[in-house]
Design a protein around this ligand. Structure first.
Ligand code: IMP
Ligand code: MG
Length: 178
């Protein structure tokens, strides 16, 4: 096991790059099969999903497009609290098959909000592809169509995921040492 120090915390390797890439190939096979006649638009949710989206796109062989979006959190004055709003989407998605490409689903709040917004914009079909899924903490009832790896409820970094902006460039995934 390799240890790294990021800011004030220690992390150690938990998922190798080879395991990550294998799981992405399995996701891609299913996307290739399920969406071959759908001309899907992949929506990569920045920042965390940039590396996953790149490797996924290399393994997807059907006609498809990719675009990049961000999530902005607004703490509104209403009692509904924090709202996650989708920004940066310039494509007309009416009638299209969309695949939301996420790094990780934890509580599921982010992806649930995004999915609702994409549906409201007139998408025909919205699927979720996430590299990592933490089922223990997923309260929102979201069931992603495509899951790379299911992981325990620990904090991780690497392969696009960060701790305070650092660690995204690590090739493997590392878990916080408690
Ligand atoms: P959710 O709305 O709780 O599902 O949170 C999803 C977002 O939180 C992800 O897109 C990540 O940006 C971030 N996140 C959740 N868990 C982790 C983790 O273990 N490491 C780094 N970022 C995480
Ligand atoms: Mg994310």
């Amino acid at each position: 096991m390799t240890r790294v120090k990021i800011l004030d915390k220690e992390f150690e390797t938990s998922i190798s790059e080879a395991t990550i890439l294998e799981s992405i190939n399995e996701v891609a096979k299913r996307v290739n099969h399920d969406l071959k006649d759908e001309n899907p638009l992949m929506l990569c949710v920045l920042n965390g999903a940039f590396m996953f989206a790149a490797d996924l796109m290399k393994a997807v062989t059907i006609p498809c497009q990719i675009s990049f979006v961000k999530v902005a959190s607004y703490n509104g004055t209403s009692s509904t609290g924090s709202v996650k709003q989708l920004i940066g989407l310039n494509e007309d998605i009416k009638g299209r098959s969309i695949v939301l490409v996420e790094d990780i689903i934890d509580t599921g709040v982010t992806i649930k909000g995004l999915k609702e917004q994409v549906v409201a914009m007139g998408a025909k079909d919205v699927r979720v592809a996430t590299l990592l899924f933490k089922p223990e903490s997923c309260m929102s009832g979201i069931k992603p169509e495509y899951i790379g790896l299911t992981i325990p409820n620990d904090f991780i970094v690497g392969y696009g995921l960060d701790y305070d902006g650092y660690g995204r460039n690590l090739r493997d995934i590392y878990t916080l040492v408690k």
